[in-house]
Write a protein that binds this ligand. Structure first.
Ligand code: HEC
Length: 157
């Protein structure tokens, strides 16, 4: 029993001390979306979906939930953001080549259609981010149109 009590205190003390360490925030501000929105001009419904369901992990700006104040939850959220941005960062969109944009749009269509995105741990906490049938269709329609527009442009590498 004594061992249990001591290790309980040890865990508590480690948790309290760890609250003083936290990862850097991903908060570039509105500028994070400007170039992407200017280039792709998504309709209002698609824009709303991207803001509520995708940008938090796929751009340079995250709107954090309150529990991001808790270590180690913040490290776990930060890992998701870094992994998400590595695959797809809308803030870097205009730096992607036309071929890469086309690949990413194809991946986006597949990811929403197969309900791989947004990831389940996100929709647990943000139920409004879970995409309905109509929203999936809107994303696919927008992405298809955009791919067609890019296909008319010479490949910028
Ligand atoms: C909570 C964070 C989070 C949210 C929200 C999120 N993603 Fe992701 N996304 C990730 C992570 C992490 C990866 C990389 C690992 C993986 O594939 O699970 C990823 C990978 C991807 C990829 C790369 C290919 C693939 O399917 O693995 C695409 C495309 C993508 N996400 C699109 C989206 C779209 C579109 C949305 C919004 C509808 C979205 N994501 C919402 C975290 C997120």
């Amino acid at each position: 029993m004594k061992i249990l009590k001591i290790s309980g205190w040890a865990v508590l003390i480690i948790l309290i001390i760890s609250q003083f360490t936290r990862p850097d925030k991903n908060n570039a501000g509105d500028v994070a979306f400007e170039s992407f929105l200017a280039e792709t001009k998504p309709p209002q419904e698609v824009k709303e979906i991207l803001f509520s369901s995708c940008f938090n992990c796929h751009s340079d700006h995250t709107v954090y939930p309150w529990y991001n104040a808790i270590t180690p939850i913040n490290y776990w959220l930060n890992d998701n953001i870094l992994d998400g941005k590595e695959d797809l960062n809308f803030s870097q969109w205009t730096n992607y080549s036309t071929a890469k944009k086309d690949d990413k749009l194809a991946e986006i269509m597949k990811a929403v259609e197969e309900k791989e995105m947004p990831i389940t741990s996100y929709t647990w906490m943000h139920q409004e981010a879970d995409l309905g049938h109509d929203q999936i269709r809107e994303i696919i329609y927008w992405a298809t149109q955009l791919r067609f527009e890019y296909s008319l442009k010479p490949n910028t590498q």
